[in-house]
Design a protein around this ligand. Structure first.
Ligand code: FES
Ligand code: FES
Length: 185
């Protein structure tokens, strides 16, 4: 077992996890964030996408032990106080989710994309979501949703929320002797 400490959606968590357990399974089973989905479990489908230290990752390929000291963003941190993000609103408007299984991973990939490229072209959106499979909606609606969200302040919304998150203390990995943060959920 290894004790890890990380910040997820702004809150601090500390858990003892088996060395071999993936971040995906710790998020779902140990922390209760079941919004992150398991599809293939092998890095192929993108359903498990979260953002770790500012970059989207397939959480089925990341050991939770590697997340010690990490800052993680999951779908649970997107809508706040009942208010959807511009990307989520645009998904709704464009009917970009049917069964919704791919949607959490898709939304996190798009967040990463818009952070790096606030106003992507259609081709850049296609390239950006190429690692996320959707089996039922069809990609056209998803692409339209991203382009529309970018036109409606999605990147600016991300920047504003990042400014708030930047005020939080960095997370010290377990074993550094640092004090635990303000909340250990
Ligand atoms: S479940 Fe992780 S990529 Fe498919
Ligand atoms: S909405 Fe069903 S897999 Fe994408």
């Amino acid at each position: 077992m290894k004790t890890i400490r990380c910040r997820i959606n702004g809150d601090l968590y500390e858990r003892s996890v088996p060395e071999h357990k993936t971040l995906l399974h710790v998020l779902r089973e140990d922390i209760g964030f079941t919004g992150t989905k398991e599809g293939c479990g092998a890095g192929e489908c993108g359903a498990c996408t979260v953002i770790m230290n500012g970059r989207s990752v397939n959480s089925c390929l990341v050991l939770a032990a590697e997340a010690d000291g990490a800052t993680i963003e999951t779908i649970e941190g997107e809508a706040q106080d009942g208010k959807l993000t511009p990307v989520q609103i645009s998904f709704d408007t464009h009917h970009a989710a049917q069964c919704g299984f791919c949607t959490p991973g898709m939304v996190m990939t798009i967040k990463d994309l818009l952070r790096r490229n606030p106003h992507p072209t259609r081709d850049e959106v296609v390239e950006g979501i190429e690692g996320n499979f959707c089996r039922c909606t069809g990609y056209q609606q998803i692409i339209e949703a991203v382009l529309d969200a970018a036109d409606n302040g999605a990147a600016e919304d991300i920047v504003a929320r990042d400014a708030v998150a930047a005020r939080l203390a960095p997370v010290d990995p377990v074993g550094t002797g640092a004090e635990k943060g303000e909340r250990d959920a």
